[in-house]
Design a binder for this molecule. Structure first.
Ligand code: DX5
Ligand code: ZN
Length: 219
């Protein structure tokens, strides 16, 4: 692995100044935009949907990493692809036929990833790993930004890293929730490749410098 991939979570941006915050990410060392879609059913919160993502896409110069926290995401894959998603991740817990959903994402022209909740063991991915461009491990219970990082995540990252290496794959490991200057370096050390950060970036006094600092986290 070369450098850590940084994906600021737009959920923590200032929606009244969205274009300004998008430009900040464009002009920073960040790699992707992390886009959180919530349906108020799979998670106890509703975030934003298609019109906002289309608006982001209009200004973003970096890939959109779309994290679907919605029940039966297979209903909307083509729509998200059409409005500009580059990577689409779906929760293992939200789709019954994960293999079919991953294929659907690829057929729509996007990179396909799976997300696991805290309580879902990485072992459920053993057979499907070769079909995953990325695995996103939640380090909080999804639904809200600014929550406390759950320490159990480090062991899950190590286990998943081992599984990926044993199968000789280059599947990326992404972590989402409570990532900051303390948890970030430890996650990279444990084997993560991609760090999502919402409040740590957007609530920082200098978000651009915070992103640059995150790019220095290395194994
Ligand atoms: C929460 C979302 C996260 C959220 C992370 O369910 O998936 O992407 O924005 O926020 P922080 O980085 O503040 O924990
Ligand atoms: Zn997310």
């Amino acid at each position: 692995m070369n450098t850590t991939i940084i994906a600021p979570s737009v959920l923590a941006a200032d929606f009244a100044n969205l274009q300004r915050d998008i430009e900040m990410v464009n002009n920073s060392q960040a790699d992707w935009f992390h886009i959180d879609v919530m349906d108020g059913l799979f998670v106890p919160n509703i975030s934003y949907g298609m019109p906002v993502i289309e608006a982001i896409k209009k200004h973003a110069t970096k890939p959109l990493d779309v994290h679907l926290m919605i029940e039966k995401p297979e209903r909307y894959i083509e729509t998200f692809a059409k409005i500009g998603a580059d990577i689409i991740t779906v929760h293992h817990e939200a789709t019954v036929h994960l293999h079919r959903t991953l294929k659907q994402i690829k057929d729509a022209g996007c990179k396909a990833g799976v997300v696991l909740n805290l309580s879902t063991p990485v072992s459920v991915l053993e057979d499907i790993l070769p079909d995953c461009y990325m695995v996103l491990l939640m380090s909080i219970n999804p639904g809200f930004g600014g929550q406390k990082f759950e320490e159990m995540t480090y062991a899950k990252v190590k286990k998943l890293r081992k599984m990926i290496d044993e199968q000789g794959l280059d599947t990326l490991i992404e972590i989402d929730g409570g990532v900051n200057h303390v948890t970030g370096p430890k996650l990279i050390e444990a084997g993560a490749d991609v760090l999502v950060a919402g409040s740590y970036v957007f609530n920082a006094e200098n978000p651009t410098e915070t992103i640059a600092h995150m790019k220095t986290f290395k194994r």
